[in-house]
Ligand binder design. Structure first.
Ligand SMILES: [Zn+2]
Length: 195
């Protein structure tokens, strides 16, 4: 086996989403091939993350510290009548790349639906909805997985009395699929068939 310190590092990389122990070990051994200057630069960049970025106070996407609101919330050309709820920043990236949607977003993250306690993310979502006077439609675009479907139902229940049209993505995406990995045509169909 590897020395304990290397195992610790492998464990840390193994906590990254989608990374198994084998890939984590590959990352660690890749780092061994790097110069001290490159390692220092990487360590510095990681240390700066929390200092250089914050979450947009309106939609909760990760945003550069030089501005308060993210580039989408600041963009006057965006269609303020639509709000699309996604799980991850990455999902926004993919939907934007598909050029199928021009509204606003909200990153709801992984919400805890197992207990019906007041939920900070849902509260924030309600606030964002309340503050947008132009809003007509809320599109719930969570992954079509067991957890994603449960979260969608939970959010639908919470937004029932919001007075807005609530829709969810059509079944263009296969069950168990993820928006993050969906191709543009599949995403376009999901948006078109929402209801
Ligand atoms: Zn924003």
């Amino acid at each position: 086996m590897f020395p304990p310190n290397i195992n610790n590092l492998i464990e840390l990389f193994g906590k990254f989403p989608g990374i198994g122990p084998r890939q984590a070990a590959r990352f660690v051994f890749y780092l061994f091939s790097k110069s001290q200057a490159e390692l220092d630069e990487l360590a510095e960049k990681i240390k700066e993350i929390s200092k250089q970025f914050h979450t947009c106070p309106v939609c909760l996407t990760i945003t550069d510290n030089t501005v308060l609101l993210c580039h989408i919330c600041r963009d006057q050309q965006r269609n303020k009548e639509k709000l699309c709820i996604v799980e991850k920043d990455y999902d926004i990236q993919n939907i934007e790349n598909a050029h199928i949607y021009d509204g606003l977003y909200f990153v709801v993250g992984k919400i805890n639906i197992t207990n019906d306690q007041p939920n900070a993310l849902i509260e924030k979502l309600m606030e964002t909805i309340k503050n947008n006077k132009n809003l007509m439609e809320i599109i719930i675009a969570l992954n079509p997985t067991t957890k994603g479907d449960a979260a969608t139902m939970y959010i639908e229940k919470k937004l029932k009395n919001s007075g807005k049209k609530i829709s969810r993505l059509g079944r263009g995406l296969p069950f168990g699929g993820e928006i993050e990995y969906a191709d543009e045509i599949t995403l376009a169909n999901s948006f078109k068939n929402r209801g």
